[in-house]
Write a protein that binds this ligand. Sequence first.
Ligand SMILES: Cc1ncc(C[n+]2csc(CCOP(=O)(O)OP(=O)(O)O)c2C)c(N)n1
Length: 673
Amino acid sequence: MLPPAPEHDMANALRALAMDAVQAANSGHPGMPMGMAEIAVALWHRNLQHNPANPAWPNRDRFVLSNGHGSMLLYALLHLTGYDLPLAELKRFRQLGSKTPGHPERGLAPGVETTTGPLGQGIANAVGMAIAERLLAAEFNRPGHGIVDHRSYVFLGDGCMMEGVSHEACALAGTLGLSKLIAVYDDNGISIDSEKGSIRQWYTDDVRQRFESYGWQVIAGVDGHDIEAVNRALGKAKRESKRAGGRPTLICAKTIIGKGAPTKANTGAAHGAPLGEKEVAATRAAIGWNYPAFEVPDGVRLGWNALERGRRAERRWKRAFGAYEKAHPELAREFLRRMKGDLPSNFSVLMESYIKDTNLKAETVATRKASQNALEVLVPALPELVGGSADLAGSNLTIVKGSKSIGKEEGGNYLFYGVREFGMGAVMNGLALHGGCIPYGGTFLVFSDYMRSSVRMAALMGLRTIYVFTHDSIGLGEDGPTHQPIEHAASLRLIPNLDVWRPCDTLETAIAWTAALQRKNGPTALLLSRQNLPFEKRDEQTRNQIQKGGYVLSDAPGAKAVIIATGSEVQLALAAQKLLDFPVRVVSLPSTSAFDRQDEGYRASVLPKHLPRVAVESGVTDYWRKYVGSVDDPQGAVIGIDRFGESAPAGELFKHFGLTPENVAKAVRSVVT
Ligand SMILES: Cc1ncc(C[n+]2csc(CCOP(=O)(O)OP(=O)(O)O)c2C)c(N)n1
């Protein structure tokens, strides 16, 4: 039988596939895969615990390609090790409908653990994955039964290092002592503008000192083209992860971008453009790769094939899990439920009864408080909830009696993220990606901007993450325009697949939480008030419609107009209704996302086409035009705020900005002819 090829050839296979696929697509990034090829051999061939036949194996090591532009490296690895990613897909790199898009996207090629490309977020996702592993191990492992025991590996480059989010997440990883997190830094001294200058003009950090100060083990000065040296470093990292009080590890690997390309190696030109036919041919000659494009010799395939090893590894784990199941049947069942992402079987009953209670209590509280009340019930019932806040726990009201802080050791269900909104968002994505956890995290709505890209990534990946965005309007008062969201609700609603809820009272808040948790395939933002909001009484039929995102809260026979409102402005709409001497319907629209998904019949029953409409929300008016018609339409008006806020007590601000029942009533009169 043919012997497996030497590792040197296995590395060159990665080089060749990357440069050939980029050349075929006539776009892409060959430099990073060519520069990290030996590192990839050391990790994927010698160390990674995975089973290409089952990318969902719960105890697999997680691998994150944070420098996602080098996607061809990952695709080549997945293909060669035996994942269901045929060569035809590599040939269709970057083409419409392929499993090999420009940057790795979770859900397309099997084995892609997270969508990367926006630099810095991948490493932060991996921090979340390592936290999830730690929490699940603490919760489920029992003496003699280490069923959760895997590592999170990351490749990252200068770009990830420069992005601030890597600081936020890696600092937290150091503080938490996430010793099963192992990152390899592709220190090639090149980023995009290196075509015009040296990276030293814009990047002179001492990476070693930076990570040591976070509390990481740093293995510096590793030759990234020496497989043995990288393997030794990985071995040291793995030993650290077994040590009590161990640290996360950063391996700083010196590499040459585009290694193998005779004229383009070590230049910015290798970063993000095809090498060109001539250089590709010259590279083949230089590295001694005498095969046509996309051809991989059998010996190299044999060397890379990890199916048998993977199957054996998973089989071992399954045997161990079988023993665990016998010794701890309930825990085993719970573990499987959690990894599937199913809610506890009593969830619906629990929430129905909570919603009923909430309705009976009819409390006037801030919706942030209403959210905390819901969490008091949810946290004990759903051990998969991992809460947190970016240093605003007492304001966001995300901590409840059942919250246990996550520290350097053991488990817990509440993370003090520190003042790191973006880091929090990207770590939450990692927690959700790992499986077994449903993360929720809080900050002021105005600072959702800081974490926006991570929210977008959650939406793009279809992750169940829940954002508790409090202080949702000028109603927060004296902190002033820096803290008062204006464009935020509208701009969050523009993110595809993000559900946004802005509830008006305790009942809508309870229903919003229920919807967020039942939603398996996308994130939800809860926009909650700082100030108290009155409870609105509803009949049973009305209560049942809240989940549809929009409903008639207060009808009037023969209504001549409809007032649409959300959150704290619902009370203004109801007060305006009373002021008017003709009948008006009031519609509460806590979630335009959910409402827009309803069928046309339902939507038209709530917002009849022939009735003039006035929308009221303490934020930008433009968004509401899709419900009330253009500015030229005499039958539609919006009361909102199209400028920044002011520092003053909340009550005064609502008057100052014209968010009053009188003004709403006036607008209604203006649209009714
Ligand atoms: C947040 C973000 N900003 C900008 C980019 C565009 N971009 C892609 S790669 C890159 C340079 C990255 O340099 P490095 O990590 O050193 O990659 P290498 O040159 O080693 O391939 C930039 C700016 C991006 N993908 N993400």
